[in-house]
Design a protein around this ligand. Structure first.
Ligand SMILES: [Zn+2]
Length: 263
């Protein structure tokens, strides 16, 4: 049975897509997680609000390991995440969608692995293609069908937050090849891969990043752009489902460390 999860980022809180929703308090070794579980277009689905109800948890304090482990323990194989991002790249404009295909990690203080030695072992997980190509393809097809601008591929730079970046940092990110800046995709995508789950992120460009255009950045501006695009995000996810094959035929499982976890 296909099982997917949606991790709602900034501005995406209510599991409105799910039918017959029930709340599950999933226990994990990293803490308990509130997960909405229900049906979704004939598949089993789960929803987690990444920042908690009402955006109450900042990016650097999210319990990423508990969230991903909770979904894994519920039998989820595929995760579609949403993210509000700034753009450093003029081709990626506010209001447009980008499916990240690579990341650069600028975080500083996060637990980014399940494997910390001892009983869990020491594992070096392949991360050549961190975001699932099959899920991205399904989402890209869906966006095209809906006549939305959705770019399939872009490098997401994850900063520690919760502050926004300086103009100099954005210049450095551009030089390094970063197209998008956000605060949450790392370690989420890494942890999903460590458990053999497929992961894709629908990034909504809410603004150009610091120094790309004049003016200051505000969180309310980000939330407002997200609010206007919420319907489109829901539509992209719903219409992507028919493009997702029942059996997984991607390398996300095959690049899993040889631990038996998730297999
Ligand atoms: Zn995959």
């Amino acid at each position: 049975m296909t099982k997917i999860a949606i991790i709602g980022g900034t501005g995406v809180y209510a599991p409105k897509l799910l039918e017959d929703v029930r709340m599950v308090a999933q226990k994990t070794p990293y803490g308990d997680v509130e997960v909405a579980v229900g049906g979704f277009q004939g598949v089993e689905a789960a929803f987690i609000a990444r920042h908690g109800a009402g955006h109450s948890v900042p990016p650097h304090l999210i319990n990423y390991r508990a969230n991903i482990m909770a979904l894994h323990m519920l039998g989820i194989e595929r995760i579609i995440a949403t993210a509000a991002v700034g753009s450093t790249f003029h081709e990626f404009k506010p209001g447009q969608f980008v499916l990240a295909d690579q990341f650069i990690d600028f975080t500083k203080n996060r637990k980014a692995t399940f494997y910390e030695g001892g009983a869990s072992g020491v594992i070096h997980c392949d991360m050549t293609v961190p975001y699932c190509p099959a899920l991205r393809e399904a989402l890209a097809k869906s966006g095209a069908e809906l006549d939305l601008v959705i770019h399939n591929g872009g490098t997401y730079v994850c900063s520690e937050g919760p502050r926004f970046e300086t103009a100099a940092e954005i210049q450095a990110i551009k030089i390094l090849g970063g197209h998008l800046v956000g605060m949450t995709s790392v370690p989420e995508v890494i942890l999903a891969r460590e458990l053999g789950m497929c992961y894709a992120s629908i990034c909504l460009v809410t603004n150009f990043a610091a120094g790309i255009t004049t003016g200051i950045l505000t969180h309310s501006e980000v939330v407002e752009v997200m609010r206007k695009s919420l319907h489109n995000i829901h539509s992209i996810i719903v219409s992507a489902l028919k493009h997702i094959s029942r059996e997984r035929d991607c390398d996300c499982v095959r690049s899993l460390p040889d631990t038996g976890v998730g297999q």
